[in-house]
Structure formats: structure tokens, C-alpha cells
Write a protein that binds this ligand. Structure first.
Ligand code: DGL
Length: 270
């Protein structure tokens, strides 16, 4: 039986999900967070759906043992397996509810009634067409243009957030979208690693709004906990990080996102 004092789990293939943590900390400062980053197996975005499901199941099994009350899937690549009829069979049997990062972003796009929106994301996420399907199922008049990046999440995982390689990859993908769709004004950062370098995107296209879905996901988590009477009160929330990779990139990204240091970073195998 889940209770309010249990922690929230947040998962990603690596450090990208910290962009969701930044918003969760602001919106739900009383909540304890257990963050799982599978950096040892990142990037997920160039893997097969079956392989992504297998890796995700291991992280969920880990979080079952940690007794979390809900899990924010702060990874679009994992969320696109979750939200897909082809792969989304693993929700049954979990002891906690799961909040996708894609669904809240889709709701936001629908509410704002954009005529067209771009999505920059991993190869797998773009291949599933998840954002496009979910948006157009509700409003077929919104055009959705996908642009895959094979390398950007991995470059960010390397921890040098101002590297020329990141700048040129961002520029290439933004230019690909804008050269085909010159009037495009809104682009979803459809991989949670990308808002870590949001300023690089903004520099590449100053007239475009880059949408970071993290705030919408944090709102969705708050709503879920509220509905189930699971919001934690009168408590200073803490965060523990569990990674299958190495620690230094966490320090770089926590500092970049202005998140106060985790109480502990543990190295584990999921
Ligand atoms: N951060 C992840 C996402 O939102 C994926 C990065 C990766 O390819 O591992 O899709």
C-alpha cells in the first residue's frame, strides 16, 4: 500500500531526467526523490524497442525494492515505449503508477493550439512517431515535424556542456527543421537531455520557442499525488541518485540546472 511518506522515483537513461527533477524540486519541495540514471547503458535512443523495454524493466524492479509511491519516466525514449501499443505491456503488475514525459507535453501543445510544431528527439522516439500520433489523434490539423539526433544525448553525457560538438549538432538539427519549415516557431525538446543545453538551442534559433516538457510533467506528478492523497507534507525533501555510470557528469549537470547537490550518489547495477 503506497503512502505519502514514500519517495517518488524518477528514471532516465542518464542525466537527462535531472531536467524533470529541477521542476519537481520547485513544485514539490516536500517530496523525497530517488533518481535512477542508467548512464552505463546510455544512450537508449539508438537501441531497439525490445532492448529499451528490457533495460527499463530492470530499473522498475530496482524501484519496486526502494518502495516508491509513483515514478516519473523522465525519458522520452522510454515513455515512447510505454505509450506505444507495440511495447507498452509492462505497466501491469507494477506497485506504483507511472507518469510519462510525453503525455503532458502533448497536452500543452493541444492547449496552445499551435498550427505546427517541431520535435527534436532521439532516433527511437522519432521512429515511433509518438508525439505526432498523440497530437494528431486529438487534433489532426496540427502539423508535427520530427528531427532525430543520433549523437546529442551521448555528447551531453560526456559532461562538457559547452563543447563545440554539442553546438554543431544542435545547429545542424535546428537548421534541418527550419530549412524545411521556415515558419516554424515552436520546437519540443523531445529528449530530456536537451533542455540541459537549452541556451545552445536558443542561440541557434533566437526566434524559435523551445519547449521543455519538464514543468508539465512535474504538474502531472503533483496532480496524480493529489488525487491519490499521496502528497508529502511538513518535510524537507531529499534526493538520492543511483547511477550505473560515473559520478562527475552528475555534478556538472546538477550545477548547470541549479539543483542543490544530492544527499548521496550511489553507483549500482540495475
Ligand atoms: N533522455 C532520454 C530521452 O528523453 C534519452 C537519451 C538517450 O538516448 O539515452 O529520450
Amino acid at each position: 500500500m503506497n503512502t505519502a511518506t514514500m519517495p517518488i522515483g524518477v528514471i532516465d537513461s542518464g542525466v537527462g531526467g535531472l531536467t524533470s527533477v529541477a521542476e519537481l524540486r520547485k513544485l514539490l519541495p516536500n517530496e523525497d526523490i530517488i533518481y535512477c540514471g542508467d548512464n552505463g547503458n546510455a544512450p537508449y535512443g539508438n537501441r531497439t524497442g525490445q532492448n529499451i523495454v528490457e533495460l527499463t524493466k530492470r530499473i522498475f524492479a530496482f524501484l519496486e525494492k526502494q518502495q516508491v509511491k509513483a515514478v516519473a519516466v523522465a525519458c522520452n525514449t522510454i515513455s515512447s515505449t510505454f505509450d506505444s501499443s507495440e511495447y507498452g505491456f509492462y505497466e501491469k503488475g507494477l506497485s506504483f503508477p507511472v507518469v510519462s514525459v510525453i503525455k503532458p507535453a502533448v497536452e500543452d501543445v493541444l492547449q496552445k493550439k499551435y498550427a505546427e510544431v517541431g520535435v527534436v528527439a532521439t532516433v527511437f522516439t522519432i521512429k515511433t512517431g509518438c508525439h505526432k500520433q498523440m497530437i494528431q489523434a486529438r487534433n489532426p490539423r496540427i502539423s508535427v515535424y520530427g528531427e532525430p539526433s543520433e549523437n546529442l544525448a551521448e555528447l551531453i553525457e560526456q559532461g562538457d556542456l559547452s563543447s563545440p560538438a554539442i553546438q554543431s549538432d544542435v545547429k545542424k538539427h535546428v537548421n534541418n527543421l527550419l530549412s524545411e519549415h521556415p515558419n516554424l516557431q515552436d520546437i519540443i525538446l523531445g529528449c530530456t537531455h536537451y533542455p540541459i543545453v537549452q541556451s545552445v538551442f536558443e542561440k541557434a534559433a533566437p526566434n524559435v520557442t523551445f519547449i521543455n516538457p519538464a514543468r508539465d510533467q512535474a504538474e502531472a506528478v503533483k496532480q496524480l499525488l493529489h488525487e491519490r492523497n499521496l502528497l508529502q507534507k511538513d518535510h524537507q525533501g531529499e534526493m538520492s541518485i543511483y547511477t550505473s555510470g560515473s559520478e562527475p557528469v552528475y555534478h556538472a549537470v546538477l550545477a548547470e540546472l541549479g539543483i542543490s547537490p544530492a544527499s548521496k550518489i550511489h553507483t549500482v547495477r540495475f
